[in-house]
Design a protein around this ligand. Structure first.
Ligand code: FEO
Length: 394
C-alpha cells in the first residue's frame, strides 16, 4: 500500500479500505473508508499517531517496513475505538520500547478493549507537550467527537492538527489532500450525520477550540486531509448551529399502497408550495442518505401503516435511529393508514422522545385514502408551510 507525504518528516501510512461497505454493521459505506495513520520523524524521536483497523494491520506494518522504521518511541492514541486503536498491540510488539501516549479516559478504554499493559502508557493532559526534536506535539482534549475520551494532537512546527474521527469522512481515495469539492463535502456531511450529529452541542465547543488553535492543516483519521481547514470547520459550524433550512424530510413505508398515496400527496402539496422535500421509501432507503438529509431539515414527517398493532417494523428501525441521532428538527409530523386501530403514533413519539421538536397533530386515515382524506393532507402541507414561515424560513 501507499505512503503519502503530508509535510517534511510527516507521512500518512494507513489504509484505504475501498471495498468496506458497512460500519458498525449499521452504517452504509458507499465509497468505502480509510484509517489514516501518521508517522512523524523528529531529530531524536519518532511518533505514530493512531493506527488502523486490526483487519488491515498488515498494511500498516508493511508501510513501516517500506519506510525502514527501526524505532518508534510514541504511539499517540487520539481515540480508543478499534478502527484506530486496534493495531496498537501489534505496534507495541514490533516496537518494544514504544509507549502509548493518551489521556486517562482513553487509557482505561484501551486497557478494557485491547488489554494493553498498564506500564506501556504515558498519560497526558491538556496542552502537555512532547518534544521529538524539532517537532513538538501538544494535546487538546476534544471530548464527545464521538466518544468521551476523544482528543486531538497538534504538531506545532508544521501547524498540523490530527483530529482522528473529528472532521473525518468515510471516503476511500488515493488523494491525500481534499479537493474541497462536493464529493468531500457530501462524504464529510454523511459522516457527521451518522456519527457526530448526536453530539452537536459538545462539538460546538470543540470547534471554538480548533478555531483558536488555528491549524494550517487538519489531518483526520478517516478521509482526506484538509489544507484549507476553513472548508471543513465552516461546514461543521453550519451543521452544528441551531439554524434549520426550509426542508421537509418525508420518510414513509407502505404495504398495500395507502400510506404511499398519503406520502405522495404530501410531497406534491409541499413541492407545489416551493418547499424543498427529501422523500424516502424506508423499504429501500440508504439510511446514511436519510441521516444526511436530517442534518439541516426543519421538519420530518413519518408515514407508516399500522401493522401487527403498531408502526411497521422497518419504519421503527429508521425512526429509532432518528431518535438516537437527535437531529436539530423543529417539527415532526406523523401520518398513516390503519385498518382497525393500533399504537403507531405513541410508538413514534416514544422513539423520538430525545428530539426537541414540536409534534404536529397526527393524521391517520382508515383504509385507502379518499378525496376528503387527501384534502386533510393538503391542509397538513399548509400547516407545515405556516410553521416554516413562522421560523422565517419562507
Ligand atoms: Fe473512526 Fe470512532 O472511530
Amino acid at each position: 500500500m501507499a505512503i503519502r507525504k503530508v509535510a517534511k518528516g510527516v507521512y500518512e501510512i494507513g489504509v484505504q479500505h475501498w471495498d468496506r461497505r458497512l460500519f458498525d454493521e449499521l452504517i452504509p459505506l458507499p465509497e468505502g473508508t480509510s484509517y489514516n495513520s501518521y508517522i512523524i520523524f523528529g531529530e531524536k524521536k519518532t511518533a505514530i499517531i493512531d493506527s488502523v483497523d486490526p483487519k488491515k494491520a498488515h498494511i500498516l506494518l508493511e508501510n513501516l517496513k517500506n519506510l525502514k522504521v527501526k524505532k518508534v518511541d510514541y504511539i499517540v492514541s487520539n481515540h480508543a475505538e478499534q478502527d484506530h486503536s486496534g493495531s496498537i498491540p501489534e505496534l507495541l510488539e514490533l516496537f518494544p520500547n514504544a509507549k502509548v501516549v493518551t489521556n486517562q479516559k482513553a487509557k482505561n478504554f484501551l486497557i478494557d478493549l485491547l488489554h494493553i499493559e498498564e506500564d506501556r502508557f504515558i498519560i497526558i493532559k491538556e496542552e502537555d507537550k512532547i518534544d521529538l526534536g524539532g517537532k513538538t506535539l501538544t494535546f487538546y482534549m476534544t471530548p464527545w467527537v464521538h466518544w468521551p475520551e476523544t482528543m486531538s494532537t497538534y504538531l506545532i512546527e508544521d501547524e498540523i492538527l490530527f483530529t482522528c474521527d473529528f472532521f473525518g469522512s468515510h471516503l476511500a481515495t488515493s488523494n491525500l489532500f481534499s479537493a474541497d469539492d462536493e464529493v468531500v463535502y457530501e462524504a464529510a456531511k454523511r459522516y457527521y450525520a451518522e456519527i457526530m450529529m448526536p453530539f452537536r452541542v459538545a462539538i460546538r465547543k470543540n470547534l471554538k477550540k480548533v478555531r483558536e488553535i488555528n491549524p494550517q492543516i487538519i489531518a483526520p483519521s478517516h478521509g482526506p486531509v484538509y489544507k484549507n481547514p476553513d472548508f471543513i470547520i465552516s461546514a461543521y459550524e453550519d451543521w452544528t448551529n441551531d439554524v434549520v433550512k426550509n426542508e421537509v424530510v418525508i420518510a414513509f413505508i407502505s404495504m398495500h399502497g395507502s400510506t404511499e398515496i398519503i406520502a405522495e400527496r404530501l410531497y406534491n402539496s409541499l413541492v407545489n408550495m416551493e418547499l424543498e422535500v427529501k422523500y424516502y421509501n424506508l423499504a429501500k432507503a440508504d439510511v446514511g442518505q436519510y441521516a444526511m438529509s436530517l442534518v439541516e431539515a426543519a421538519t420530518l414527517v413519518v408515514a407508516s401503516p399500522t401493522v401487527l398493532g403498531g408502526i411497521h417494523p422497518q419504519a421503527a428501525f429508521t425512526v429509532s435511529l432518528t431518535g438516537a441521532l437527535r437531529p436539530k428538527l423543529k417539527y415532526v409530523g406523523i401520518l398513516g393508514s390503519f385498518g382497525w386501530g393500533g399504537r403507531m403514533v405513541d410508538q413514534v413519539k416514544e422513539l423520538l422522545k430525545g428530539i426537541n421538536a414540536e409534534f404536529l397533530e397526527p393524521v391517520l386515515i382508515k383504509g385507502m385514502p379518499g378525496e376528503e382524506d387527501l384534502k386533510k393532507i393538503d391542509e397538513y402541507a399548509k400547516l407545515i408551510y405556516e410553521k416554516h414561515k413562522s421560523l422565517g424560513l419562507i
